[in-house]
Each structure stands twice: as C-alpha cells, then as structure tokens.
Design a protein. Structure first.
Length: 369
C-alpha cells in the first residue's frame, strides 16, 4: 500500500468537516481513498460515521432461505447454483405458515427486520403470489420486511411494494469489468435494471458486493463506484467476504487480506455516508479483531446469530459476547410502530447470556428449515 497517496481533492477535503452525499466520485478519487495510510482512512471513516449514526449502534436482521438451491444462474461463488455439485440440500418454496412461524421466533428473539431469500433467476407468477402473502403476513407481526428473489421487473416490484415489502436485496457483486468472470447467465445491465425497478416502486434498496473472488484492487474501487452512482445511494450496502464453498469454481481462490477488506468497508462508509454498511457473509471466518475493525471502519449492520442463507454465520452467543466486549448495542428501528417495546426486546435479547433455548431459536439452519 502506498505511503504517499495523491493529495486529497477539494471534495475530499470538505468530507471530514462536512460529510456530503455525492454520486460523482471518480475511480481515481476512490482509489486514492483505498491508498490512504490505514490509520488516516479509518479516522476519516469514523468522522463520517459519527456525523450520521450513533457510532455504537448496529442494526440487526434475521435471514431465512425460503427456497434453497437448484438455481439456474451460474454465479461462481454460490452453492445454490444448479451448475455446481455442492452438498447443499435443495428445498422447495417453504409454506407460508412455516415462514411466519420463523419470523415470529426471530421477532421474539429480538430481530427488527426479517429477510427472506429465494434461489431463483426471477419469481414466476404463481410464486410471486405466495411471496406477496408471506410479506404481508410477516409485516403484520411488526417486522420490517426484505426479500431477495433474483431479477424483478417494474410490475413485479410494484406488486411486492404493494404487499408491504420494505427492502429488496439485489447485489451488484463486483465491478462491471470483472463481472463476466463470475456470472454469465445475466448481465450487469440486468442487475441495474432490477435495482431501478425496485427504486421506482418506492422500496428501499439493499445492494453491495463480494470481495475475495480473485478480483483486482481496481475492481473493488469500481464496484463501490457503481453503488455510489445509484441515486439515492442504497439504504443498505452489504460487503461480503467470499465464503469458499467446496464444489463451487471459487473454492480454491486465494484468500483476501483482512486489512484490504477493512479498507473496503471504510471506503464504502466514506462514499455512502448515510447508508447502513453491512458486515455480511464471511463473518464466520473473521476473528473478533477483524470484526471490531470493521465496526470501527463504519460497518453498522449484521445478520444476527443465525445462518446466512446457506453458509454458517457466527452463533447468537458469540455475537452477544462480541457486542458486550465492544460496548455495541442494537440500533433502534426507524419505522417500528412501538419503538420503546422493540428496543426493550432487542436489548433483552442481546443481554441474554445463558438462554440457550433463545440462542437455539436464533441459530436455526436455514438450509434445513
Ligand atoms: S447468487 Fe442467487 S442468482 Fe446466483 S446462483 Fe446463487 S441463488 Fe442463484
């Protein structure tokens, strides 16, 4: 990493004192941020973070796989792709009652948002009807709702929004230049179109990427530049570390240096000052120190204590212990109809040190659900 980065541009100079939301960051500006001395970068990210968020609050969500495996897409990192032989147990679309039951358990254990993921290229009409019903039932429990169902057109997005869907997740994954090395069954443009449909329908956007897929440093900067160009910025930006699953084409790719990963979190925080930056897949493999650095760099959202779609996620007990150690607390939910009750529930769940049954309720295996 260069010890003599380019001098900051005028827009960068204003950043520390007056964090602003911009969509026109050049690649050179973003690369200059990546090249800052580590301490300078983290200091900048902390300044931006503190201007917009409670620095010790972390938003927590729960994630359930509602339809697992046999996906027709060929994303090289994904064990759910039907193109690769992994040990994954395939599951049909879950019954609505089962999803509602899991959502209720997640709410009672302290989650404020319930995310549901289906391994589809895009939802078929008959499936869309079912997931719309799931959304309205989960919403009626007082939870925020999020779904990831593959590509959606503007009509589908409007119907999901009408059913009460708050967030739609659709990741850009990597840079436009590297994208073809990772996925061939749909284009970068397809992804941007889905995000435009989601935004047009009035839903909040959750979009980020995966690092450690063999991409070059420039690809990491270019991914963040693509996210920054979205107007408004995605409300939620998951930054994932590749989980190398045996049987996928990326199972033997070289490990990404955790410091490079932390730099990417910090740069994302600076570029998208008002977005929640989510420390997402790959947390299981991270040391507590790396996770602590990620929070210091501006990450302020996690999936809490359960399994992340099909890969293991640190268990609830470890998360609670880490929150305690770092003095973190769950973020108060913005749109909750009864914030004080929700906050009490969240804090009670995070404070629970020995309730294994509660931990078990959170630590279900989405692939077996
Ligand atoms: S990442 Fe999503 S679209 Fe790609 S193979 Fe996996 S489930 Fe399918």
């Amino acid at each position: 990493m260069s010890s003599a980065p380019n001098p900051p541009s005028p827009s960068e100079q204003t950043l520390a004192g007056n964090p602003e939301v911009r969509h026109d960051w050049s690649l050179a500006e973003i690369e200059a941020l990546f090249a800052l001395p580590f301490n300078d970068l983290l200091f900048r990210a902390q300044q931006v973070h503190r201007a917009h968020f409670d620095p010790n609050a972390v938003q927590v969500s729960t994630l359930l796989s509602i339809k697992t495996g046999a996906c027709p897409e060929d994303c090289k990192y994904c064990p759910q792709s039907g193109h690769y032989n992994t040990d994954l147990d395939k599951e049909k679309l879950l019954e609505i009652e089962k999803v509602v039951e899991q959502a209720r358990a997640a709410r009672d254990a302290g989650a404020s948002r319930f995310c549901m993921g289906a391994a589809w290229r895009s939802p078929r009409e008959k499936d869309l009807e079912v997931v719309m019903e799931m959304v309205s039932r989960v919403k009626s429990l007082g939870l925020e709702t999020c779904m990831t169902l593959g590509m959606v057109d503007s009509d589908q997005a409007k119907r999901l929004a009408g059913a009460g869907l708050d967030y739609y997740n659709h990741n850009l994954d990597t840079s436009p230049e590297y994208y073809g090395e990772i996925i061939t069954t749909r284009t970068y443009g397809d992804r941007l179109e889905t995000l435009a449909s989601v935004r047009e329908a009035g839903m909040k956007v959750c979009s980020g990427g995966i690092l450690g897929m063999g991409e070059a440093p420039r690809d990491r900067a270019a991914l963040l530049q693509q996210l920054v160009r979205l107007e408004p910025h995605p409300e939620s930006v998951p930054i994932n570390m590749l989980v190398k699953v045996p049987g996928t084409p990326l199972e033997d790719v070289e490990d990404l240096d955790p410091i490079v990963f932390i730099r990417a979190i910090a740069v994302a925080r600076i570029l998208m000052p008002r977005s929640h930056v989510r420390l997402s897949a790959g947390r299981e493999q991270m040391s507590e120190s790396t996770q602590a650095l990620a929070f210091l760099a501006g990450a302020n959202s996690i999936f809490y204590g359960e399994r992340l779609l099909t890969t293991a996620n640190p268990q609830a007990e470890r998360d609670r212990a880490l929150f305690d150690k770092l003095g973190l607390h769950p973020e108060r939910r913005e749109t909750c109809t009864d914030d004080s009750r929700q906050q009490e529930t969240l804090e009670a769940a995070m404070a629970l040190k020995t309730g294994q049954s509660r931990a078990d309720a959170l630590a279900y295996d989405a692939t077996l659900a």
